[in-house]
Design a protein around this ligand. Structure first.
Ligand SMILES: C[S@@+](CC[C@H](N)C(=O)[O-])C[C@H]1O[C@@H](n2cnc3c(N)ncnc32)[C@H](O)[C@@H]1O
Length: 190
């Protein structure tokens, strides 16, 4: 887990999530769950801004170690710079907001574009500039809900469901699906 502001950290490819304005006390569970959803639903990594939170970084590291990766997490102080650098490197920024264009109307265009994607989700209050900076403002359902549900559905639609069978590298544990009860297999990746 890195926390520098050097431009080299933007050497990211694929699909990344930017979680704005994390507050370590109030958002601890939501941000952890958001990042776990990002990982499980096929994002390559995430940035978060607001308060730096080592507990969250440790939780994600542990999830990677146990259940596999790769999924990178990086703290950024200057989220505006992160968004702008992403675009300068020819990536596109997709802001999830209930006020945006309906996902079902634009997901096809977004999916077709070969550009790396930075998916921005808010927390308590999203500054107005985010709406202007984003290449896309996208709504899931045009109803209020949460960053976790919005991100999960967006990633699911973007991947057209292929993320459901994604394999994670170097996992120590793998779940064996059961109709009832729990079964977990230990793998030789330790
Ligand atoms: C719980 S909402 C907080 C919204 C808050 N009222 C604000 O000032 O932005 C947190 C985040 O969830 C996401 N979100 C909630 N409903 C959404 C929807 N229908 N479509 C897309 N994203 C949504 C947005 O990213 C939003 O910033």
């Amino acid at each position: 887990m890195k926390s520098s502001e050097a431009p080299s950290r933007m050497d990211r490819r694929g699909i990344y999530v930017l979680r704005l304005n994390h507050r370590s006390q109030r958002d601890k569970r939501v941000t952890t769950h958001l990042l776990l959803a990002a990982r499980a639903f096929g994002a390559n990594g995430a940035f978060y801004s607001g308060e730096r939170d080592e507990k969250i970084e440790k939780s994600i590291k542990k999830a990677n170690e146990t259940w596999g990766g790769p999924f990178e997490l990086e703290y950024v102080q200057d989220w505006k710079k992160t968004m702008k650098q992403w675009q300068q490197r020819n990536g596109e920024v997709i802001h999830l907001t209930m006020y945006g264009l309906a996902a079902q109307d634009v997901i096809g265009q977004i999916e077709k574009s070969p550009k790396d994607k930075l998916i921005v989700v808010g927390g308590a209050k999203v500054p107005g500039i985010v709406y202007g900076l984003a290449d896309w403002n996208v709504s899931i359902t045009l109803q209020p809900h949460s960053e976790i549900s919005a991100l999960s559905i967006f990633l699911h639609e973007l991947h057209r469901g292929k993320e459901l069978t994604k394999t994670f590298e170097k996992a120590k544990m793998k779940i064996v699906p059961q109709a009832k009860g729990k079964k977990v297999m230990e793998l030789n990746n330790s």
